[in-house]
Design a protein around this ligand. Sequence first.
Ligand code: SF4
Length: 301
Amino acid sequence: MTHYRSLNAMLRETFGEKVYKLALDGGFTCPTRDGTLDTRGCVFCAGGSGDFSTPVGDSVPEAIERAKAVVAGKGAEKYIAYYQSYTGTYAPVERLRRLYQETILHPDVAALSVATRPDCLGEEKLALLAELNRIKPVWIELGLQTIHPDTARYIRRSYELPAFDEAVEKLRGAGIGVIVHMILGLPGETPDMMEQTARYIGRSGAEGIKLQLLHVLEGTDLAADYRAGLFETMTLEAYIAVLERCIEAIPAEMTVHRLTGDGAKRNLIAPLWSADKKHVLNEISRAFDRDMVRQGRHARD
Ligand code: SF4
């Protein structure tokens, strides 16, 4: 039984061959770090989730070769160039044009994926993304994390929900694929609240979702609150239980890009069980079999 529509299934359907992600770092910052909206960044963020990404520096082709070396041996010939660090559209449009045009025109690149914020997608940038999307597929990944205003304030997301709705509408209007990130286990959130966020994303018009466990990382303000005993992180059992609810609440055709985090992180404080990604994925798979999880089962409830 297929429990959910995985990224691999979608990639096989779309490209008909093995396609791997190349994690690239375009040297961006973000408005919650440079003082425009805040200087502290999001409360959980230890540096733009670009832990494993290759800095592009002056040469896109060289960076692509270096990033390919990281995933060498997996048998891929085509790649998704994934700009995952910080806010990938937070730069003057001419800089973005140079970087992304060179990337998307690279013969080994099958698609371009850019992680960004809904409030960093002005008209000129949207026009550029639409233009690039006519060359090869462009996907935009939006870090929503939660639909609940109190949590959004606590994590210092620094944009309101309507900004997300508007960005998804405009991106979809331009034919660009949208993937939305949500975090399970944010302080103060109940399983019901997490399911509500998943359901909202499922109805937003986005094509993909990334479900991610809250990690408490060294050096973040979240770590200080954790050490002060202000919240607890999820157990593996609780995580899987809410994951099942989220998967069943989203439409069957939505692609699930991720079910958990990236695994071992050098600065992980909690929950430590998440460092063993293989074990976590095995447990998820066992639970999905046991509970006969089916994506979309409750999407219309
Ligand atoms: S999560 Fe994204 S928007 Fe928030 S501080 Fe980190 S890079 Fe910036």
